[in-house]
Design a protein around this ligand. Structure first.
Ligand SMILES: [Zn+2]
Ligand SMILES: [Zn+2]
Length: 215
């Protein structure tokens, strides 16, 4: 299938092709295609697991996943389990750090404060209109990040059910707002192939989910 796509010049020319394979994970920004992924060996023996969208990534030059070797993926050679490993590596860690205000950094263990930053203020390229959780280590400067909408959703049964039932959900822009008198970020997911939507509000500092509305 990949060879066919290349033969017919269906892939954007700026998209790296060597070793990339199509996953069965929908892009949650355009909802129109599967992500493509790679397990790229790093010089230190680690693995860089990356996922990109052939539509969204070339325009924005954003990888939706780029572990840069932070996550141990030994024995995992398929995309969905690898993605699950990544989510379980970063999200509880960020949630705990946001809740307590500080945690040891990924890279060197130096105490850092995770923060929630809008795409416009991020120091590197991310998808626009969304909030991200990041840390900047004063020791080595490393700053991995995760989207706030997925950190907030982590472990929430209703949001998980919506995403499982509507795998072609797309993330509409996030909004800083209030919910019942508290500063909150509103996240809005919409199924690309039906009218189903899921809107949730998460605390603006801890990303604890305050309310979920599915329609
Ligand atoms: Zn896309
Ligand atoms: Zn560090």
């Amino acid at each position: 299938m990949r060879q066919e796509a290349e033969a017919f010049d269906l892939l954007p020319s700026s998209e790296p092709s060597l070793g990339w394979r199509e996953s069965r994970i929908w892009c949650n920004h355009c909802g129109s295609t599967y992500l493509r992924g790679i397990f790229a060996p790093l010089p230190d023996g680690g693995i860089n697991f990356r996922l990109r969208c052939p539509h969204c990534s070339p325009d924005t030059d954003v990888d939706f996943v780029d572990t840069s070797g932070y996550v141990q993926l030994n024995q995992i050679h398929t995309f969905r389990p690898a993605l699950k490993r990544v989510v379980h590596h970063f999200h509880p860690y960020y949630r705990a750090g946001l809740f307590s205000g500080q945690h040891p950094s990924f890279c060197c263990g130096w105490p850092v404060k995770p923060c929630i930053v809008h795409a416009d203020a991020m120091p590197f390229r991310v998808m626009p209109h969304h909030y991200y959780v990041m840390q900047r280590c004063p020791c080595c400067g490393e700053s991995p990040n995760s989207s706030a909408l997925s950190v907030a959703a982590f472990g929430h049964p209703i949001i998980a059910e919506f995403r499982a039932e509507h795998p072609r959900w797309i993330a509409l822009p996030d909004h800083m707002t209030e919910y019942q008198g508290q500063s909150a970020i509103q996240f809005h997911l919409a199924d690309r192939v039906s009218a189903a939507t899921c809107t949730y509000y998460a605390h603006a500092q801890t990303l604890q989910v305050l309310a979920v509305f599915c329609a």
